[in-house]
Ligand binder design. Structure first.
Ligand code: CMC
Length: 435
């Protein structure tokens, strides 16, 4: 972060005629920020920004989004390059440590993650305490938070080695817990991780393997899974990441913080959108009903929104959606489902929406979730698991952001203020005098 000499913004308070000078800070790219840290002490005013549409909450070196041009960079590398030329574990290393690994570093990192994929056996008993019909995201919130009750030896957030160990544990164990949540819901035995498989391959084998037969890796599906993980690995200061940072700012342990992130991700406006896209496509049902649903999406009196469209930051095609669309075709081809009616419906919906003046004017483009539901369904994942897969992938982004925050000497507990519009002080009325 740099402060260019004399670059500032002047604010005049019309109530008292006083002027205040606020410094402008520059990052390495992207818009400058107005440094309002001393605003309250100097002016007695707070800023007001519900939904944080104009607020930079932290300094970060991990991910950069240029929403107008549809560009997403992790540590400076384009998502399209990472998705086509790297494995998920390379991207995970990049997010955590700042550089792409060389061959030896990747080998060591892969081994570290691979050898920590098993969870404490007691955790499986805890998981069995859930109802069979529990939503797997509910199970994920519970079991991830519970990791802090199993791994006491990596809870000291002030110890850099313990921070690293908990980061590795989270990345390694989250797919195992996700697969266990699924197996539990379908009444199949838990499948243990296998160290010789890749991160994505191992996850698929824990999800879809059964003890009764040998697991056969399908390279097209494993590659698609790996790519889906890469595309969801991090995305700057979104709702769940900000939740992780906020929870962590109080000094809470990393397992509890990631559980908080999972809870935030669950909502349909965030990670739950791919589940919502599929429900929406099923509801639309056929191409001739698209205009009816588009009209509903545009109607201000109807809460319906076109799921998988629009983004707080992207005012252009989400670059992740382009890669996802390509993967979707690859997977459906490989599975012989090229004529999948949902894919045909989605493509037609996209085509019509992109030509519709409402969507053009508001710059609403398909986001990462528009195609991910179709590809995941084709791979055999039940709809309830979609957001879980997002959580598996995003865990690395969350923990990298959490680590960065803890290591930032300027870190403070997150404590926003408010514009209070409730009752002012009034005299207490005893129960006998009320009503
Ligand atoms: N369908 C219809 N209208 C929309 C949509 C949509 N999907 N998205 C935004 N709009 C309209 C909205 O009504 C508003 O209109 P107006 O200016 O007339 O009030 C305008 O576009 C701006 O929308 P906003 O709600 O102010 O934008 P936001 O930045 O607060 O919301 C969003 C972003 C992602 C929550 C929203 O676009 C949305 O609800 N999309 C559908 C859900 C979805 O696909 N979410 C996945 C996001 S990507 C995955 C992730 O990173 O989590």
């Amino acid at each position: 972060m740099t402060q260019t000499k004399n670059d500032s913004v002047t604010l005049t308070d019309n109530r008292n005629g006083k002027s205040y000078t606020l410094p402008l800070l520059d990052g390495s790219t992207g818009p400058s920020v107005i440094d309002v840290r001393k605003l309250y002490s100097e002016t007695g005013h707070f800023t007001f920004d519900p939904g944080y549409t104009s607020t930079g909450s932290c300094e970060s070196k991990i991910t950069y989004i240029d929403g107008d041009n549809g560009i997403l960079l992790h540590r400076g590398y384009r998502i399209e390059d990472l998705a086509s030329k790297c494995t998920f574990l390379e991207v995970a290393y990049l997010l955590l440590y700042g550089e792409l690994p060389d061959a030896a570093q990747l080998e060591e990192f892969t081994k570290t993650i691979t050898y920590h994929t098993m969870v404490h056996e007691q955790l499986s008993f805890m998981l069995r305490g859930f109802r069979r019909d529990a939503h797997p995201m509910a199970i994920m919130c519970g079991t991830t938070g519970a990791l802090s009750a199993f791994y006491h030896d990596s809870l000291d957030i002030l110890d850099p080695r313990q921070r690293e160990i908990s980061a590795h544990r989270l990345i390694a164990k989250i797919p195992t817990m996700a697969a266990m949540a699924y197996k539990y819901s379908v009444g199949q035995p838990f499948v243990y991780p296998r160290n010789e498989l890749s991160y994505a391959g191992n996850f698929l084998q824990m999800m879809f393997g059964v003890p009764a037969e040998n697991w056969k890796d399908n390279p097209v599906l494993t590659k698609a899974m790996d790519r889906i993980f890469i595309l969801h690995a991090d995305h700057e200061q979104n709702a769940s990441t900000s939740t992780v940072r906020m929870a962590g700012s109080s000094g809470a342990n990393p397992f509890a913080c990631i559980a908080a992130g999972i809870a935030s991700l669950w909502g349909p406006a965030h990670g739950g959108a791919n589940e919502a896209v599929l429900k929406m496509l099923n509801e639309i049902g056929s191409k001739d009903r698209i205009p009816e649903f588009l009209a509903r999406a545009k109607d201000k009196n109807d809460p319906f929104r076109l799921m998988g469209f629009g983004h707080r930051v992207y005012k252009n095609y989400d670059p992740r959606a382009s890669v996802m669309r390509e993967s979707c075709h690859e997977v459906l081809d490989a599975l012989g489902k090229r004529n999948d009616p949902l894919l045909a419906l989605a493509m037609e919906l996209e085509r019509i929406a992109l030509e519709d003046p409402y969507f053009v004017e508001k710059k609403l483009f398909p986001n990462v979730d528009f195609y991910s539901g179709i590809i995941l369904k084709a791979m055999g994942f039940p709809v309830e698991m979609f957001t879980v897969l997002f959580a598996v992938a995003r865990t690395v982004g969350w923990i990298a952001q959490w680590k960065e925050m803890i290591e930032d000497p300027a870190m403070k507990i997150g404590r926003p203020r408010q514009l209070y519009t409730g009752a002012t002080e009034r005299a207490f009325v005893p129960l006998s005098g009320r009503g």
